[in-house]
Write a protein that binds this ligand. Structure first.
Ligand SMILES: NC(=O)C1=CN([C@@H]2O[C@H](COP(=O)(O)OP(=O)(O)OC[C@H]3O[C@@H](n4cnc5c(N)ncnc54)[C@H](O)[C@@H]3O)[C@@H](O)[C@H]2O)[C@@H](O)CC1
Ligand SMILES: Nc1ncnc2c1ncn2[C@@H]1O[C@H](COP(=O)(O)OP(=O)(O)O)[C@@H](O)[C@H]1O
Ligand SMILES: [K+]
Length: 502
């Protein structure tokens, strides 16, 4: 698992490491040396380097990097936000080891080959304004590439927000663990390439913090990947039911059906109103079709057909009919994925939905994009907050896993765990992509994967499918990308191959 540590959590980790016998200046020495090493590797041709140092420990890393770069033969100028005498603690020690003059921080940078941004890191406390904002603007318009230390100055490490203004970096060198601000937009964009370095703080020290935010990577969820074995039949591999829209609105459900089937659900059934039957029947081969015109019909089918996970929302229409169907399905034992119209149908009536969710013991995943999220939770969450904070609040309020979609999709569980994805390419924003995603989630839920892991895995796989396909992607392409991705997660099954003779 790859934890993401907020700046406050990172400071706690630093303090624990210092208490365990790693002096702060030793950590800073390693951090500054790693910055220099990254620059020597990636900007080997740079001759003139300008290092901009702030008044805190981020500046301290900058002084140390400057020393290493000068020792490596680069021509290095250092500008400092404060005079040497005004520096304190480890930053003061780091500055002492830089024997060349310190220039006053100004906007007069010239056109160096490289600028090192060591102005502000984890200690950002308020919006950047005044002379410091002018320096940041000058850096951004200088045309010189920038390597940011820890975070691009002005980016809030906990939220990814721009506090007033921020550096646009070519590369960001950070330490121990990435921060949520490296993953959440707009912070992620301003980081450029992200490089993570060890500075001698152990995993055990990080574990002591009990971080609850994770990079969405297979290491987060692959231990929960559904097992597959020879002695299983299709019913053991789960049965997904997808509620469809009427005769002219079945496409979204068909995308979800294909996503669920390709993800490995043993059976998939379209649960369709009678008017859609003749449109759907010729469009389905492996998946089955059952008629459900009312919430009662849906409940009966879920029970009779032993449906283990239901998708409702894509193309089902906004209004009373969908509201009743959602509430009916939430009363069953199936795992449920609520998307699109299933969420919008509760606009202004979220309390109805939340009441049903709070008393529901079975796994539920809500998959709103930003518009659906704000429509559903308007007035129920704090006015301000990062995507991560809002998603966590929503998951707690709804007693459900909430997947807040977008280029930086966040998945949060009611117990406070959250994942942030950074692998979705921009061309994934195409009509119907979300419908396929709901199918992938349901396919994993039906096979018994827990909801937080299933939603996180689906987001990562969906992003990878889009990245593998490349530009020109349409939602219909996504399911066919799945087999090559899923291959790497199938746990090896026993295969004695009795025909082989050695
Ligand atoms: N032992 C440690 O704690 C380590 C810290 N490291 C570095 O230390 C950094 C954190 O250091 P600090 O906690 O000293 O914080 P920073 O150096 O990020 O910033 C703190 C300083 O900036 C000022 N400041 C905050 N917001 C401002 C704003 N909007 N405008 C102008 N000034 C502002 C504060 O008053 C304070 O003087 C990390 O980002 C990392 O680069 C690394 O050296 C590794 C070890
Ligand atoms: N800028 C973006 N970059 C990458 N992925 C994106 C971006 N915008 C949206 N997505 C992803 O594309 C999908 C769109 O889903 P959704 O908004 O539900 O569309 P639809 O309802 O048409 O299926 C989601 O998985 C979302 O996370
Ligand atoms: K910085």
């Amino acid at each position: 698992m790859i934890e993401l540590l907020t700046p406050t959590e990172m400071q706690r980790v630093d303090r624990l490491a210092i208490a365990d016998g790693s002096p702060g200046i030793a950590l800073m020495e390693r951090a500054g040396a790693q910055v220099a090493e990254a620059i020597l590797r990636h900007f080997a041709g740079a001759r003139d380097v300008l290092v901009l140092c702030g008044s805190g420990n981020n500046g301290g890393d900058g002084f140390i990097a400057a020393r290493h770069l000068a020792e490596a033969g680069m021509h290095v100028r250092v500008m400092s936000a404060v005079a040497r005498e005004a520096l304190a603690g480890d930053a003061a020690l780091a500055a002492q080891a830089w024997s060349a003059p310190l220039e006053r921080l100004s906007t007069d940078h010239g056109r160096p080959d490289l600028i090192v941004d060591a102005l502000l890191g984890a200690g950002l406390r308020r919006d950047v304004a005044g002379p410091l904002a002018a320096v940041i603007d000058a850096v951004n318009t200088s045309g010189s590439p920038v390597v940011a230390v820890d975070l691009p100055s002005g980016i809030d490490g906990a939220t990814g927000a721009i506090r007033g203004c921020a550096i646009q970096a070519r590369q960001t060198v950070t330490f121990v663990r990435c921060k949520p601000g490296h993953f959440l937009l707009p912070g992620r964009e301003l980081c450029g390439e992200r490089l993570l370095f060890d500075i001698g703080i152990s995993d055990a020290t990080v574990d002591e913090i009990g971080a609850g935010t994770f990079a969405n990577r297979p290491t987060l969820w692959q231990a929960h990947w559904p097992a597959i074995a020879h002695d299983r039949h299709k019913y053991d591999r789960g049965h997904v039911g997808v509620v469809t829209g009427g005769a002219t609105a079945t496409g979204a459900a068909r995308l979800a059906i294909r996503g669920a089937f390709r993800t490995g659900a043993g059976l998939v059934t379209a649960l369709a109103p009678a008017e859609a039957a003749f449109v759907l029947a010729p469009a389905l081969e492996g998946p089955m079709l059952r008629i459900a015109d009312t919430a009662d019909d849906l409940q009966k089918l879920v029970a009779e057909r032993k449906i283990s996970a239901v998708v409702i929302g894509p193309g089902t229409g906004v209004g009373e009919g969908t509201r009743k169907n959602v509430l009916g399905i939430l009363a069953t034992d199936a795992a449920v994925v609520l998307d699109a119209d299933a969420l919008t149908s509760f606009e202004g009536e979220a309390s109805l939905l939340l009441a049903a969710l709070r008393q529901r013991p079975r796994p539920t995943v809500l998959t709103p994009h930003a518009g659906e999220f704000h429509r559903l939770f308007r007035g129920l969450l704090p006015d301000a907050g990062s995507k991560l904070d809002l998603c966590r609040h929503a998951a707690r309020q709804a007693n459900a896993v909430v997947l807040f979609k977008g280029a930086d999709s966040v998945v949060a569980a009611p117990d406070g765990r959250a994942s942030i994805a950074d692998n979705a390419p921009p061309w994934l924003a195409t009509a119907g992509a979300g419908d396929v995603l709901t199918g992938i989630i349901a396919g994993l839920l039906a096979q018994g994967m827990p909801a937080f892991e299933a939603a996180s895995a689906a987001v990562w796989i969906h992003g990878k499918a889009a990245a593998d396909f490349g530009p020109g992607l349409i939602a219909e392409d996504l399911p066919d990308q799945l087999p090559s991705i899923l291959r790497s997660f199938v746990r090896p099954w026993r295969d004695d191959d009795p025909l082989r003779v050695d």
